[in-house]
Design a binder for this molecule. Structure first.
Ligand code: ADP
Ligand code: MG
Length: 721
C-alpha cells in the first residue's frame, strides 16, 4: 500500500529538513534574477532565498484570457488588462518631473501610460508600433485614464487565445516594477523556480491521519497551487491547507511548551493550606466568594501543589473580583513559607491594592510592602532588607518590582495585574527574582477585561487558563447611554441630582498620549468647564492626570476615595482597577475617541457598590460608522467577553492591546478573526497529539517532530513567558 510505504521510508530517514538545500539557495542563483534584481528583491521584499520567493504568495489571480477594451474603462475600474499598439513614446519634464509617456491604442480608444523610473532601460525595451498586453491599476489624470508603471509584455497569439487559467499577481513595489519585476513578472520567476522543485523539496509535515480527516491536500501541492492553480477550487484547497498548517504548527508548539512545563519544570511547592488562609477565610473575608472565584482558587491550588511551575492566565470581566483571588493565593504562598509579589501598571493602582490588602490583613501577622517609582531610598532599603530576611510576605508595586536590584529571599509566586500593560519580557523578568535558588516562582497573569478566546489561544496559548465567569452577587448592571454634545446641560443636571443623593461622579477626558500637548490642553479646558458647572464650595473636584507628580496624584485620588470630593476629572490613568464603590456615574467625554475595551474598562469603575450606576458616553454630532457601532455595542451589553469579541471583529488582532509586541499573531495567511474555526480545530488536533504522544515519537508524528526541529529558533516566539 502506498501510504504505508511512504511511512516506512519516512521512518528510516527520520530527519527531513524543513528547508532543504535548494530552497536555501540565494535568490541570485535563480535563472532570470542576477545580482541587480537580487539586490532589489532583498531590499524591497525581503526575498533572500528560493524559500522566501516560494513563500511570497500572490495576493490575487487574474483570468489572463480576459482582455478588456479601452472604452470599457470607467471611474470605478481598478485593475485592467488591455491589448493594443504602443505609440508616441516620449520623455517629458526634467529632474523630478521627468517621466516617460506613451499611448496605447486598441480599436475602441486610447489610454496613456506613464513611467517615472527606469526610463533609460524602458526606452531600449519598448518599441513603438509593437502590440502589447498591458496590465495595471487605472488612475485618472485630468479626467483621462492612465496606467502608471504598467506591466507590459509583447502580445502573441497564444497569450490571448490560450486556454483559461489563473495568473498570479504578487505584491511588489514601484522600484521593482521599474526593473520589470511587477506583480505579474514575479510570477515568472516563481514559475522558473517551481520547475526545479519536487515534492522531496517540500516534504509533508502533517501526519496522514490529519490530512485524511480534514481532507487537506499535500504540502507540495498546496505550494504549487497557491501560486499556479488550475482553477478556483485548487487555489482554495491550497489556502485551506496552508492556513491550517500555520495555525496548527503554532498551536502545537504552545501545547508542547505547556506539556513540557507540566512534566519537567521545577516549581516551588505549596503543599498546604495553612493558618493564614484559614484565619482570613473565616474571620476577615468581607464577603462570600463567588462560585467562580472558588473554582479558580482551587485550580491555582491544584497547580501550585504539584512541584511543577504554574504559568496561568486568569481572565475575568472588570469587577469580577480578581484581586481577592490574588490575595488569597498570596496568603497560601505565605502559609507555605514563600513570599509573593503583585505588579500593577500604574502607581495609583498599586497604591490602591496596597491600601486594600493592608487593611484586609491588618489584624493578621502578614507584612505587605509597597514599592513604586516614587518610593524613597530609605524606604527602598528597608523593603529590600525585609525581602532579604523573609519578614516581608507580600510586595505590591509597579514596574519598580522587576528592576534588577530587587531580590527576594524565596519568591513563590509573581502576580501581574492588568496584563495588557506589560510585555512578554517583563513577565519573564519575574522568573529571576530569587537570590538563593534558581527555582522560578509561579506566575499568575490577570487580564483587565476579557480578551477574545482566539487571541488568548494564540497570544497566551502556552499558559494554562482560568476564567471568572460570574459577577459578585447584588451587582446592578450599569445603565449605559449615548448622549450628544447638545444634551450637555441635561447630562450635567443629572450629575447634580446624583451628587445630591450622596453619590460621586467620574468625568473622563481622552488623553491618549500623556505627552500629547493638545490632549492635555483639552483636559485643562474640560476641567475649567466642569468647574463652571460645578462651582465651589457647593462642589469639590479632584483631578488626576499623567503629568502630575505621584504625590499630587495620590492626594487627589485619596480625597475622592475618602468622599471629600464629588467629582473626579481624569484621563485614562484611572482606567484600570480603581475601586471607589460610592461612585455611581461615569461620564466619558469624546467617547468616540476611545476603543471598545477602554470604554468597557472605564465603565467598570462604576457599578461597584449597591447603588444604581450609569455610564454616559458623550460624543460630538458627527460620528463615523465605526464610532457609531462602538456606541451601539456599549449601550447594548455589559458583558466584557462579548465586547472583546466585537472589538476583535472591528479592529483586527493587530490593534488589540498587549499583543503588538508579541509577534505571535503575525500569521501569513491565517487570520484569528476570519479563521476562528480553523484555529479551534488546529488547537484540538495539537492538544490531542501532545497528550497522546508528547515526545512526537510515533511513526506518524515523526515528520512533525523533524519539522519543528528544523524551524527551531527561526521564529520569534520559541518561548513566551
Ligand atoms: P477586578 O476583577 O476588576 O480586578 P476587583 O477585584 O477590583 O475586580 O473587585 C471589584 C469589587 O468587587 C471590589 O470592590 C471587591 O471588593 C468586590 N468583590 C470581589 N469579590 C466579591 C464577592 N465575592 N462578593 C462581593 N464583592 C466582591
Ligand atoms: Mg483589578
Amino acid at each position: 500500500m502506498q501510504v504505508l510505504e511512504r511511512n516506512s521510508t519516512f521512518v528510516q530517514n527520520a530527519y527531513i529538513p524543513a528547508i532543504p538545500d535548494i530552497l536555501a539557495s540565494p535568490i541570485e542563483y535563480l535563472k532570470g534574477v542576477g545580482p541587480q534584481r537580487a539586490d532589489l528583491l532583498k531590499k524591497e521584499l525581503n526575498i533572500f532565498t528560493f524559500n522566501d520567493l516560494l513563500n511570497h504568495f500572490p495576493h490575487r489571480h487574474i483570468d489572463k484570457t480576459k482582455v478588456s477594451f479601452i472604452k470599457d474603462i470607467h471611474p470605478d475600474t481598478e485593475y485592467i488588462q488591455v491589448a493594443g499598439s504602443l505609440h508616441n513614446i516620449d520623455v517629458v519634464g526634467i529632474k523630478k518631473g521627468k517621466r516617460m509617456v506613451a499611448t496605447l491604442r486598441d480599436k475602441t480608444g486610447s489610454l496613456e501610460l506613464a513611467w517615472f523610473q527606469g526610463i533609460t532601460w524602458l526606452q531600449k525595451y519598448l518599441e513603438s508600433g509593437q502590440q502589447y498586453l498591458v496590465f495595471g491599476r487605472v488612475t485618472f489624470f485630468q479626467g483621462r485614464p492612465q496606467i502608471v508603471h504598467p506591466e507590459m509584455e509583447i502580445l502573441t497569439a497564444e497569450k490571448v487565445d490560450g486556454k483559461s487559467f489563473l495568473e498570479p499577481i504578487y505584491p511588489t513595489t514601484e522600484k521593482l516594477r521599474a526593473k520589470a519585476l511587477g506583480g505579474r513578472q514575479i510570477g515568472k520567476l516563481t514559475q522558473v523556480m517551481m520547475k526545479s522543485i519536487s515534492d522531496k523539496v517540500i516534504p509533508e509535515n502533517l501526519p496522514d491521519s490529519i490530512l485524511q480527516k480534514l481532507k487537506l491536500i499535500s504540502r507540495f501541492n498546496a505550494y504549487s497551487q497557491i501560486h499556479f492553480p488550475a482553477n478556483v477550487q485548487e487555489y482554495e484547497d491550497a489556502v485551506k491547507r496552508l492556513k491550517f498548517e500555520e495555525l496548527f504548527i503554532a498551536q502545537l508548539r504552545m501545547a508542547r511548551l505547556r506539556s513540557q512545563r507540566h512534566r519537567f519544570s521545577h516549581g516551588v511547592k505549596f503543599e498546604k493550606v495553612g493558618e493564614l488562609f484559614n484565619i482570613f477565610y473565616t474571620k476577615y473575608l468581607p464577603f462570600e466568594l463567588t462560585g467562580a472565584q472558588k473554582r479558580v482558587i482551587r485550580e491555582i491550588r491544584k497547580d501550585t501543589a504539584t512541584g511543577k511551575q504554574m504559568n496561568r492566565l486568569l481572565q475575568g470581566d472588570v469587577g469580577s473580583g480578581k484581586t481577592m483571588v490574588a490575595l488569597i493565593t498570596m496568603l497560601i504562598a505565605a502559609d507555605n513559607g514563600y513570599q509573593s509579589c503583585m505588579m500593577a501598571p500604574t502607581e495609583v493602582l498599586a497604591r490602591q491594592h496596597h491600601n486594600n490588602i493592608t487593611s484586609l490583613v491588618k489584624d493578621m501577622p502578614v507584612e505587605a510592602g509597597l514599592l513604586t517609582g516614587s518610593t524613597k531610598v530609605a524606604e527602598r532599603k528597608s523593603i529590600q532588607q525585609k525581602l532579604d530576611d523573609g519578614s516581608m510576605h507580600i510586595l505590591i508595586g509597579t514596574h519598580a518590582i522587576i528592576e534588577k536590584n530587587v531580590q527576594f529571599k524565596n519568591l513563590g509566586i509573581g502576580i501581574i495585574d492588568e496584563q495588557h500593560k506589560f510585555g512578554v519580557a517583563q513577565r519573564a523578568m519575574l522568573w529571576e527574582k530569587n537570590v538563593r535558588n534558581d527555582t522560578p516562582p509561579h506566575i499568575l497573569v490577570m487580564t483587565a477585561t476579557p480578551i477574545p478566546r482566539t487571541l488568548a489561544m494564540t497570544a497566551y496559548g502556552d499558559l494554562d487558563y482560568s476564567v471568572i465567569d460570574e459577577m459578585p452577587p447584588g451587582r446592578q448592571p450599569v445603565t449605559t447611554v449615548h448622549r450628544f454634545e447638545k444634551d450637555r446641560s441635561k447630562v450635567m443636571g443629572f450629575l447634580k441630582d446624583e451628587i445630591a443623593k450622596g453619590r460621586q461622579v467620574y468625568i473622563i477626558f481622552p488623553l491618549i498620549e500623556e505627552s500629547d500637548k493638545m490632549d492635555y490642553e483639552n483636559l485643562m479646558k474640560g476641567y475649567e468647564n466642569v468647574k463652571a458647572w460645578f462651582p465651589e464650595p457647593a462642589y469639590w473636584i479632584s483631578m488626576v492626570h499623567g503629568r502630575q507628580k505621584p504625590d499630587q496624584k495620590n492626594i487627589n485620588m485619596q480625597r475622592f476615595v475618602g468622599g471629600d470630593t464629588h467629582i473626579m476629572v481624569s484621563t485614562t490613568v484611572i482606567e484600570v482597577g480603581v475601586d471607589v464603590p460610592n461612585a455611581s456615574v461615569m461620564v466619558i467625554e469624546s467617547a468616540e475617541k476611545f476603543g471598545l475595551s477602554q470604554l468597557h474598562q472605564l465603565r467598570g469603575r462604576v457599578g461597584r457598590g449597591a447603588d444604581k450606576s450609569y455610564c454616559i458616553l458623550l460624543t460630538g454630532p458627527n460620528l463615523g460608522n465605526d464610532a457609531r457601532e462602538r456606541m451601539k455595542i456599549m449601550t447594548s451589553t455589559n458583558n466584557g467577553f462579548i465586547i472583546a469579541e466585537k472589538d476583535l471583529d472591528m479592529r483586527g488582532p493587530g490593534d488589540i492591546e498587549g499583543t503588538k509586541q508579541s509577534g505571535v499573531l503575525n500569521f501569513k495567511l491565517a487570520s484569528i478573526v476570519q479563521d476562528r474555526s480553523v484555529l479551534e480545530t488546529a488547537r484540538r488536533f495539537a492538544e490531542d497529539i501532545v497528550s497522546s504522544d508528547p515526545e512526537l515519537s510515533s511513526a506518524e508524528n515523526l515528520r512533525i517532530k523533524s519539522y519543528l526541529q528544523a524551524i527551531q529558533g527561526k521564529t520569534a516566539w520559541s518561548r513566551i513567558s
